[in-house]
Design a protein around this ligand. Sequence first.
Ligand SMILES: Cc1ncc(COP(=O)(O)O)c(C=O)c1O
Length: 330
Amino acid sequence: MKIPSIPKIKDKSNYCFYTSQRSRDFFFYCLSNLNKLDIKKILIPSYIGYSESEGSGVMDAIIDSKVEYVIYPINKNLEINIKELKSIIRETDSKKTSLLLIHYFGLIDTNYLKIIEFAKEKDIFIFDDCAHSFYTYYSFKDYFKGDAAFFSVHKLLKNITPKSISLIKKNISSKYTFELEKLLNRCSPNKNYNMPNSIELSNNFDFFPTIKGIENIVEKRIIQANIYKELLDKSGNPFTILIPEKSYNFPLQSFPILFSNNVNRDNIYHRMRDLEIQVVSLYYNLTNKIKITEFPEAHYLSKNILNLPINEDLEQDQIKYICKSLLEAI
Ligand SMILES: Cc1ncc(COP(=O)(O)O)c(C=O)c1O
């Protein structure tokens, strides 16, 4: 297996970095300030979660910033419906629009570059939502082309400071990035959102210096996804793996599988939890703005997905145990 070598940031002066408590803080202030630059709408995917305890990190910031939103569909395989997205973009006044691309669980959509090319031609401001995908961004920095990106590092590492990091790329071909940077530095606070702090990078700082042994973490995560694949990618199993063949070199946040309708996902979830296996279902609830009648495939995903654990503390034998327990539970 080939582990990618991790590129250093080539030119730090092309980025502005921010720290914040949560990704939604940065996202909220970006949206509010883009509003002032006449970008009053955002296109968002149909797979956005909600929970009683946390609300919706994405949707709350959108609603509170008072930008309009249009939802584009995510297919049952977790990929963007590119045909629909393009047709929404064609119908929109793209000069007044931003686009949110969520990189679920550390994955990058297989059509990412095509979408970026299409959106950039139309001058759309692009957010890479890497709340789950810090390690993927870190490993493939030059592949990401959005104007801004945010990372909920607190979801990947306990007790990490800062909890969230975000960036704006100073993109000379975008008229918004320089303006947004200026506005962010002098905007007034909102009581529900902590202000992001802009940070300077020193010469020996490569993106996020506080994560010790990051190359090792990246390598372990890639190896783990490949072990899951080897043990679970068999015809006859009543689930599919939501990872495209070409994406096994990404350091994932978790390993998503999708059950067919004749398996009760919730039963499997509880049986695994009883064995103290930390599976999750991201997202078992979608925000109520995403209606089942309009987005049945996203709701199917929500009801049938299970995310198996990936993290640097897991050993290979434990992954084998997780797979064995899963197959026995079905
Ligand atoms: C895809 C996605 N983006 C953004 C967020 C917001 O993250 P944070 O809790 O750091 O604000 C979340 C989590 O709520 C999320 O799942």
